[in-house]
Ligand binder design. Structure first.
Ligand code: UTP
Ligand code: MG
Length: 576
């Protein structure tokens, strides 16, 4: 909570202005019943028209002052809350961007999206309402009680009993409801997750005819949310009748004591009217308390959820870089006894991996599904850090490079291509924002996608759907290859990137890549692809089972022989 409100600091002046205006408005409002009492006593009861006009004029002036202060206050409150929300959102975005992959693994996108939208909006509204009306309610209570005492202490004594009782009660309501609102926000997360998956997976849901199944899943999340919301609001709402009851009782008590005092001549009608007027204002403010409590409990829950993200101290990706100018120049990659497990798991997925790829060499990595090939790729750009052993690029440990320079030297083509919404040109240039038009086209040609792009109605300006829906799997794959090539990387990592290509296109692609003279490590399932590399590394269950040329491996590794035979049995038999 505290952390979140440090974001208000830059707007201190405006907030103070808003607060002072609110105090002016409040003071004016609190003076009105007092003036009314005086007008009744000195004007109405004394039948003195001059006094009536005098106090009437003062009352109109005070009302106008309160009105003007109210309008200006709205203006400043809105300014503070929107600027605050903007800053908080930007800062949260930067924070999330700085997270390492392992931290991001812990928070599903839906949980983060809810924080960006729902939670921030909640806090922002509360800031606005606090400056506008919420802080006013408790001050009205305090001011009203004080003014009632000034007018007639004996009548106002009633407040001494009711106000502390109500405050204690409201505090209890606040404490209990906070947990309920946190629960509610967590359910919003869950509902968002189901929604998101449902929309992203629409095709497969239709293809499997799982509409009903998904509807039930959605309804369950929806019901959970509405149950949590109902519980929280019912609890809060149940508190208002209690408030009203106590306040009405105190009004009745004031009227009763007041009439007795008038009877015995201890007071006059003007004073009783003033005190009753204060009592009404106090009870009106009290009735706002259930709303205030709701807002504060919800805001506390939302602020905690955002604070939880803001407070994460991620092992910075930027640690360890001694020389800020160190960059990848040659592209030699070396693994030395690397063992790695994902942060949330104990069992290592890679065990004692050692190999070297010299500059310009091509290494193929082959192995069964789940063997750990993709995991190995994640280590080179330091998306995850190793537990033991060392990875070196150009004979320097990768931890010594500034992360930006390290990643600038690497062209990463993920196993599942991901395209951003925008045009094809934008998607390719995303790899290197400085690339000129010819370089973009060159990369597309080398990725064997230029001809296909030229057949699109808007060529390079063709828009890619939010997830590239209007492209085929192979087209997406090749755009993602072009995006890596346009970086002119020293090391190219291709994770099964030619799986959707026919043999001819694949060999043209690999031929084109040769011209980049970059070190290439490519994961493949196909022996025919692996054969085009200088060396092949066979991974089996996280270990290197064999390393060498195709011929070496056929000779030395029974597992490799088995894979080779299963893919094109006869050919390899004859070759030997
Ligand atoms: P990989 O993703 O490295 O396997 O996962 P792979 O060799 O590339 O497999 P294919 O060919 O693409 O299918 C290796 C192991 O790491 C675990 C997986 O469960 C798998 O057993 N893993 C992967 C995680 O624990 N967390 C992850 O984020 C990813
Ligand atoms: Mg993989």
């Amino acid at each position: 909570m505290k952390l979140i409100f440090t974001f208000l600091k830059p707007y201190k002046a405006a907030a103070v202005a808003a607060f002072s205006l609110m105090l002016t408005e409040l003071a004016a409002e609190l003076l009105l019943p007092y003036f009314l009492g005086r007008m009744i006593n000195e004007g109405v009861l004394a039948k003195d028209m001059d006094r009536i006009s005098f106090w009437g004029g003062i009352m109109i002036g005070t009302a106008l002052l309160s009105f003007a202060a109210g309008i200006l206050n709205s203006f400043y409150s809105a300014h503070v809350s929107y600027a605050f929300g903007y800053d908080l959102r930007s800062s949260l975005f930067r924070k999330v961007q700085s997270f390492s992959c392992s931290t991001l693994n812990k928070y599903p996108p839906s949980a983060l999206i809810t924080r960006f939208t729902n939670d921030i909006r909640q806090i922002q509204n509360t800031v606005f309402m606090s400056l506008r009306i919420m802080a006013k309610a408790p001050l009205t209570v305090i001011g009203g009680v004080i003014m009632a005492f000034v007018v007639n202490g004996r009548l106002a004594a009633v407040f001494f009993i009711t106000v502390p009782v109500l405050i204690g009660f409201l505090y209890w309501v606040f404490k209990v409801s906070r947990g309920m609102f946190r629960n509610m926000q967590d359910r919003v997360d869950k509902l968002n997750r189901v929604m998101q998956e449902n929309l992203a997976g629409m095709r497969i849901i239709k293809a499997f005819w799982r509409r009903d199944y998904e509807r039930i899943r959605f309804e369950r999340a929806n019901e959970d949310l509405s149950r949590a919301t109902r519980t929280a609001f019912q609890f809060i709402e149940a508190s208002s009748p209690v408030l009203f009851f106590v306040m009405n009782m105190s009004l009745a008590a004031i009227l009763w004591f007041g009439s007795q005092q008038i009877g015995s001549g201890q007071t006059n009608v003007g004073q009783v009217v003033s005190v009753v007027n204060y009592a009404l204002r106090v009870s009106m403010s009290m009735s706002m308390f259930s709303f205030i409590i709701t807002s504060f409990s919800r805001t506390k829950a939302s602020a905690d959820r955002i604070g939880e993200i803001m407070r994460i101290r991620d092992v910075s990706e930027e640690t360890g870089a001694a020389d800020p100018n160190l960059a990848v120049t040659k592209g030699k990659a070396e693994f030395r006894h690397v063992t790695f497990s994902f942060p949330d798991k104990d069992e290592p997925v890679l065990k004692d991996i050692s190999f070297t790829v010299n500059p310009g060499e091509k290494l193929a990595i082959i192995g069964a599904t789940g063997a750990g090939k993709t995991s190995l790729f994640l280590l080179l750009p330091r998306l995850f850090d190793v537990q033991s052993g060392e990875i070196l690029i150009d004979d320097t440990p990768i931890t010594a490079y500034p992360v930006k320079n390290l990643r600038d030297g690497i062209g990463f083509i993920p196993q599942t291509p991901f395209l951003f919404s925008g045009t094809i040109r934008e998607n390719i240039a995303w790899g290197n924002t400085k690339a000129a038009e010819e370089e973009i086209i060159r990369a597309a040609e080398d990725a064997q996608i230029h001809a296909a792009i030229c057949n699109f109605p808007d060529r390079y300006d063709t828009r890619v759907g939010q997830k590239g829906v209007n492209l085929s799997g192979g087209q997406k794959q090749r755009i993602s290859i072009a995006r890596a090539l346009v970086r002119k990387p020293k090391i190219l990592l291709m994770d099964d990137s030619t799986s959707a290509l026919d043999a001819e296109t694949e060999s043209r692609l690999l031929e084109a890549i040769r011209r980049y003279r970059c070190t290439t490590i490519l994961i493949t399932q196909k022996i025919s692809t692996a054969r085009m590399a200088d060396k092949i590394c066979l991974i089996d269950d996280g270990r290197i089972a064999a390393l060498g040329t195709h011929e070496d491996l056929l000779e030395a590794s029974p597992l490799y022989r088995k894979i080779a035979e299963s893919q094109s049995g006869k050919e390899w038999h004859y070759a030997r």
